[in-house]
Design a protein around this ligand. Structure first.
Ligand code: NAD
Ligand code: IPM
Ligand code: MG
Length: 371
């Protein structure tokens, strides 16, 4: 298969982790005889520095005219610490999601057997966790009308949803549940918010079309608690934009690191694949960022194009790296690998899973081993 892939690596650790995802895709292309063509575009703080805008027209045009977008991360402290900045890196990502119509953001959360003891949560709590979060991505408070009073003392962000916006992601979430454990949990705040009551109404109506899926509801505050008290109760979690953002970062604690959590952002005509983490500015250039979220996002890209064997080749290599403790310091404090070495191992393993010549001993970068 020939795929044109736009690469928007962005800021901070974005370029470092995206480079590892590309290596994994190149290994897949080699093994399975595909042709993946990567074209880079500017986004985020680096795009502001170079062009004055976080999403240059040229980048948007590249993304519209490609098969898929591979996104790294955006954001920089100079904007985070300046509430009055006239233009911000995050606007680039939000505009991209909106312009490409990427209304469904799918965030898988899994407790890997080999990492169970690395999670700050107890083994018996997280064992068996396998959740698919369906986060609405182009509506809600992120995109509602924003206002600030003339004196700058009162501000508001409107949380607005239409029936149609709720319907389209709800169908995707129910279809996903049908292929999984047939359970869907809607996370909302229907005891307070009118928009959440609309979600409940629409989702309840749609549930009648998916009678093999059981539906339940959780208020977001209780869901936040349940997510770390009893995460294995969840199968598909459906929720609006901001709740999904927060709940998924919380859920990343289950697996042991946010550096493991990938995502797919899906629309009717476009698709983008992005780790859920940000630009982790403190780590930039240090080789300590975990590339696995970016690499697993590449696996989701392949799965989106029904390249299941190819996606599994990446996942098997990731699981092997985890099993052998060939990971970055977030998961391995005593003898960590650099971002690049983790990427090298995963790409090598994809190319040659049976190759016993991979020298596991020598690729650690701790005090006594070689980079
Ligand atoms: N999708 C995105 O591009 C995205 C997502 C979240 C935040 N951001 C932006 O990123 C910047 C930093 O935000 P933040 O510090 O709140 O969130 P962040 O996700 O960048 O980092 C939060 C913490 O998560 C851990 N972490 C994140 N990525 C990791 C990785 N690959 N490997 C290991 N550990 C990792 C680190 O402990 C880090 O301190 C901000 O400008 C923010 O707006 C962007
Ligand atoms: C950077 C920010 C706009 C973004 C979001 O809130 O969606 C991020 O937190 C994410 O999860 O992708
Ligand atoms: Mg987030």
């Amino acid at each position: 298969m020939k795929l044109d892939i736009a690469v928007l690596s962005g800021d901070g650790i974005g370029p470092e982790v995206t480079a590892q995802a590309i290596k994994a895709l190149e290994a897949v292309a080699h093994n399975f005889d595909h042709s993946f063509i990567f074209k880079e575009g500017l986004v985020g703080a680096i795009a502001i520095d170079k062009t004055g805008t976080p999403l240059p027209d040229k980048t948007l045009e590249l993304c519209v005219n490609t098969d898929a977008v591979l996104f790294g991360a955006i954001g920089a402290p100079k904007y985070d610490n300046d509430p009055s900045a006239p233009v911000r890196p995050e606007q680039g990502l939000l505009k991209l999601r909106k312009e490409l119509g990427l209304y469904a953001n799918i965030r898988p959360v899994k407790a890997y057997d080999t990492l169970i003891d690395k999670s700050p949560l107890k083994r018996e709590i997280i064992e068996g966790t396998d959740i698919s979060i369906y986060r609405e991505l182009t509506g809600g408070i992120y995109f509602g009308k924003k206002e600030i009073s003339k004196d700058g003392n009162v501000a508001s962000d409107l949380c607005e949803y239409s029936k149609e916006e709720i319907e389209r992601i709800t169908h995707l979430a129910f279809k996903a549940a049908q292929k999984r454990r047939k359970k869907l949990t809607l996370v909302d705040k229907a005891n307070v918010l009118e928009s959440s009551r609309l979600w409940r109404k629409v989702v309840t109506q749609i549930a009648t079309e998916y009678s093999d899926v059981s539906l339940d509801f959780l208020f977001v505050d209780k869901a936040a608690m349940q997510m770390i008290l009893n995460p294995s109760q969840f199968d598909v979690v459906l929720t609006e934009n901001m709740f999904g953002d927060i709940i998924s970062d919380e859920a990343s604690v289950i697996g042991g690191s946010i550096g493991l959590l990938a995502s797919a952002s899906i629309g009717d005509t476009c698709c983008m694949f992005e780790p859920i983490h940000g630009s982790f500015p403190q780590a930039t250039g240090k080789g300590i960022a975990n590339p696995i979220a970016a690499i697993l996002s590449a696996a989701m890209l392949l799965e989106h194009f029904n390249l299941m064997g190819e996606a599994n080749a990446i996942r098997d290599a990731v699981e092997k790296a985890l099993e052998l403790n060939l990971t970055t310091p977030d998961l391995n404090t005593s003898n960590p690998l650099t971002t690049e070495k983790v990427g090298d191992f995963i790409a090598d393993y994809i190319l040659n899973p049976e190759d016993s010549n991979i020298n596991f001993e020598n690729i650690h970068v701790g005090q006594s081993t070689i980079i």
